[in-house]
Design a protein around this ligand. Structure first.
Ligand SMILES: Cc1cc2nc3c(=O)[nH]c(=O)nc-3n(C[C@H](O)[C@H](O)[C@H](O)COP(=O)(O)O)c2cc1C
Length: 320
C-alpha cells in the first residue's frame, strides 16, 4: 500500500535528482523510521553531568560525532547561483565537524574542498577503475582526510549495473577493494555496508572505516542499519575500524541511538536538505546545533559523560 504522507517531494530541483520515498512496503526509509522510533531509552540521572560531545576521528578532534553527509549534484539546484555543496562544507568548517562529498567531477570537488573543511571523498564504483584511482589521488592532493567508495551503488533499478551521469558503474570485488586500499596512504572507507559478511570483507581488504547504510533505501526491504550495528561492532572488535552510520538520522535523539549501539559517528543526510536549500550554511549550522543539543540532552539523562562512554544497555524496544 502506498503511504501518501511520505511520498510528496519536499525538495526543489528536477524530478529524480533528490530521491523521494516510494511509500510502499519495500521502502527501506519507512522500515528504518519505524525501527528508529521503536527504540526507547531508560534514565540514569544520578551522578550524571553535562557531557563532552567532542570526538576524535582519523586522528583529528571534532566538536561532535554528528557529521555532514556524502551528498552530490546539489550545485545544480542551487537557486540564484548558490552552491549548496559548498554551503554545507562551510557549515562543517564553522562547526568543526567532518565533511563528506560524493560524486562530483574533480573540478567541483576542488571548489568544495577549497572551503577548508576536513573532508572525506566518496567516489562511485565506476566500471573504469582508473577513474576511481585518479579521483582518489586527486582528493589526496587536495588534502582529503580519507577516501572511499559507495560500494552499495552498484545496482540500478533494472537489476543491472547502474549508469550515473552517463558513466557505467561496475561490481566491487574483494580484490578491487584491496587494490584501492593499497593504492593510497589515506584511510579507505567503504560506504554502504549492510551485513556482517561485507563488514568482514572490508576488514580483510584493509578498510579503515565503514559506513553502515542502505543509501536512502536503494535496496528494497533493506534492514535498518542500526539493527545491524551491535553484530558488526562485535565482529570488528579490536580491529580499530571506525564504524559510521547513516540513513534517517534526523535528530540528536536518532544520533544518540546509533552511537549507543556502537557507531563512532553518524551522518545526517536528507535531514539537512531543507535548511540547506532554503537558508544555506546558516540553516545547516542551526540544524546541527539543535541536533547537538538533543544528543547532549539524552547523554545527560542517561549518564553518558563523553562520546566514548555510550552503553547500549540503556536502550529498550526493537531487537537492539
Ligand atoms: C542529493 C543526494 C545526493 C547523494 N549523493 C551521494 C553520493 O554521491 N555518494 C554517496 O555515497 N551517497 C550519496 N547520497 C547518499 C547519502 O550520503 C546518504 O547515504 C543517504 O542519503 C542516507 O542518509 P539520509 O537518510 O540521512 O539521507 C546522496 C544523497 C542525496 C539525498
Amino acid at each position: 500500500m502506498e503511504d501518501k504522507e511520505h511520498t510528496k517531494s519536499p525538495w526543489p530541483g528536477p524530478a529524480g535528482l533528490i530521491p523521494v520515498t516510494s511509500g510502499r512496503a519495500d521502502d527501506a526509509n519507512l522500515i528504518n523510521r519505524r525501527f528508529l522510533d521503536s527504540i526507547t531509552v531508560e534514565m540514569r540521572i544520578i551522578d550524571s553531568v553535562t557531557p563532552d560531545l567532542s570526538k576524535t576521528l582519523f586522528g583529528r578532534k571534532y566538536a561532535s560525532p554528528i557529521m555532514m553527509p556524502a551528498f552530490s549534484h546539489l550545485n545544480k539546484v542551487g537557486k540564484d547561483g548558490r552552491k549548496p555543496m559548498n554551503e554545507y562544507a562551510e557549515a562543517a568548517k564553522a562547526l568543526n565537524r567532518l565533511n563528506w562529498v560524493g560524486m562530483e567531477p574533480d573540478e567541483v570537488y576542488d571548489e568544495i574542498a577549497s572551503v577548508g573543511a576536513d573532508t572525506v571523498r566518496i567516489i562511485k564504483p565506476f566500471a573504469r577503475h582508473e577513474l576511481i584511482l585518479s579521483q582518489m589521488e586527486h582528493a589526496r592532493k587536495m588534502g582529503a582526510v580519507a577516501v572511499g567508495i559507495d560500494i552499495d551503488h552498484v545496482v540500478g533499478k533494472d537489476g543491472r549495473y547502474d549508469i550515473v551521469d552517463g558513466m557505467p558503474l561496475g561490481p566491487v570485488m574483494l580484490d578491487d577493494l584491496k587494490k584501492y586500499v593499497a593504492s593510497t596512504p589515506l584511510p579507505f572507507v567503504a560506504k554502504g555496508v549492510l551485513s556482517v559478511q561485507d563488514a568482514l570483507k572490508c576488514l580483510e581488504a584493509g578498510c579503515k572505516a565503514i559506513v553502515v547504510s542502505h543509501h536512502h533505501g536503494r535496496l528494497p526491504f533493506a534492514v535498518p542499519p542500526l539493527s545491524l550495528l551491535s553484530k558488526i561492532k562485535e565482529v570488528l572488535k579490536g580491529s580499530g575500524m571506525l564504524i559510521f552510520v547513516d540513513c534517517g538520522i534526523n535528530t540528536g535523539y536518532d544520533a544518540y541511538k546509533a552511537l549507543a549501539l556502537g557507531a563512532d559517528a553518524v551522518a545526517v543526510g536528507r535531514g539537512i536538505l531543507s535548511p540547506l536549500l532554503k537558508e544555506g550554511s546558516k540553516g545547516v549550522v542551526e540544524k546541527l546545533k539543535r541536533m547537538d543539543e538533543e544528543l547532549s540532552e539524552l547523554m545527560l539523562y542517561t549518564g553518558v559523560k563523553d562520546t566514548n562512554a555510550f552503553d547500549p544497555s540503556v536502550l529498550h524496544g526493537a531487537q537492539v
